[in-house]
Write a protein that binds this ligand. Structure first.
Ligand code: GDP
Ligand code: MG
Length: 289
């Protein structure tokens, strides 16, 4: 099935969709250039929302937001992808985080001003989740990975992913995941925690399985090939084919399902009820003091 699968949304979300409310989802992608960020986003949303322009090692990080309206079976998703070209590409990356933090806070600030009646509505670009791309080295997190996730984890939902998972063997992948989770725990980094799904036992089990796949080992592809009469997104090698949507080949389906189907409302709620509220509290305290 080459659809977005928005109809697989949990019941309460489908109901919301029936009330003709749009979903507004803003995803930020962060990671060194060439890690497959644009390809993954395009694979996930089946549209060329991101370009494949290779940046020539820019000196500073730029922030680029692109929006697209996706429609499926009466459900509207207003998707914005915030790209951060230049992140981690310099020799000295000390100032890499600043423009990203500024962008995140600016969006909260816009929303606060609106709430206080100080401005007219602008596009709500509060970032609901940040996909952080880890280089598939098979070793451990780099200082910049730790610095980024540690600093940003109290500002945005961070979902770590291992880029280009097809370049690691299954054993390497398992070991790398264990090492990354160890680094995350030891450095006291709080990544987004997917909720448990109670109710249906099958759903509970699948959710638990997908949850255990964090950090998702993902891959993307721009090419569609035919396997057994079915068109699939895949990367073709001399020795075989790596299929994007095959759970035995990578965790793409797990990430997509967790983010877009099972927990779309939760990442939005956490952004509202935790990160935005935190920003608002601090800001108002500043103003009053
Ligand atoms: P970005 O700079 O992070 O946005 O990376 P791009 O999406 O532009 O991809 C950079 C290069 O890596 C391109 O040549 C892609 O074809 C390739 N690429 C993208 N995703 C993958 C992947 O999952 N595995 C492999 N092996 N290559 C990939
Ligand atoms: Mg890109």
């Amino acid at each position: 099935d080459s659809s977005l699968g928005l109809t697989n949304l949990p019941i309460e979300l489908s109901r919301r969709a029936l009330q003709k409310k749009d979903f507004i989802l803003t995803i930020m992608v962060v990671g060194k250039s060439g890690l497959g960020k644009s390809t993954l986003i395009n694979s996930m949303f089946l549209t060329d929302i991101c370009e494949y322009v290779a940046s020539i090692a820019p000196k500073t990080v730029s922030i680029e937001a692109k929006s697209v309206s996706l429609r499926e079976n009466g459900i509207n998703l207003l998707l914005t992808i915030v790209d951060t070209p230049g992140f981690g590409d310099s020799i000295d990356n000390t100032n890499c985080l600043i423009p990203i933090i500024e962008f995140l806070e600016k969006q909260h600030d816009n929303h606060l001003k609106l709430e206080l009646g100080h401005s007219t509505p602008v596009c709500d670009l509060r970032v609901h989740c940040c996909l952080y791309f880890i280089q598939p080295t098979g070793h451990s997190l780099k200082p910049l990975d730790i610095q980024f996730m540690k600093t940003l984890s109290n500002k945005v939902n961070i979902i770590p992913v291992i880029a280009k998972a097809d370049t690691l063997t299954p054993e390497e992948r398992t070991e790398f995941k264990t090492q990354i989770m160890k680094d995350i725990t030891e450095n006291d980094i709080k990544i987004y925690e997917f909720p448990n799904l109670l109710g249906d036992i099958e759903e509970y089990k699948q959710n638990k399985l997908f949850k255990s796949k964090v950090p998702f080992a993902v891959m993307g592809a721009n090419t569609v090939i035919e396997i057994n009469g079915k068109k699939v997104r895949a990367r073709k090698y001399a020795w075989g084919t790596a299929e994007v949507e095959n759970l035995e080949h990578c965790d793409f389906v797990a990430l997509k399902s967790m983010l877009l189907h099972k927990h779309l409302q939760d990442v939005i709620d956490v952004t509202d009820n935790v990160f935005y509220l935190d920003y608002k509290r601090n800001k108002l305290a500043q103003i009053l003091s």
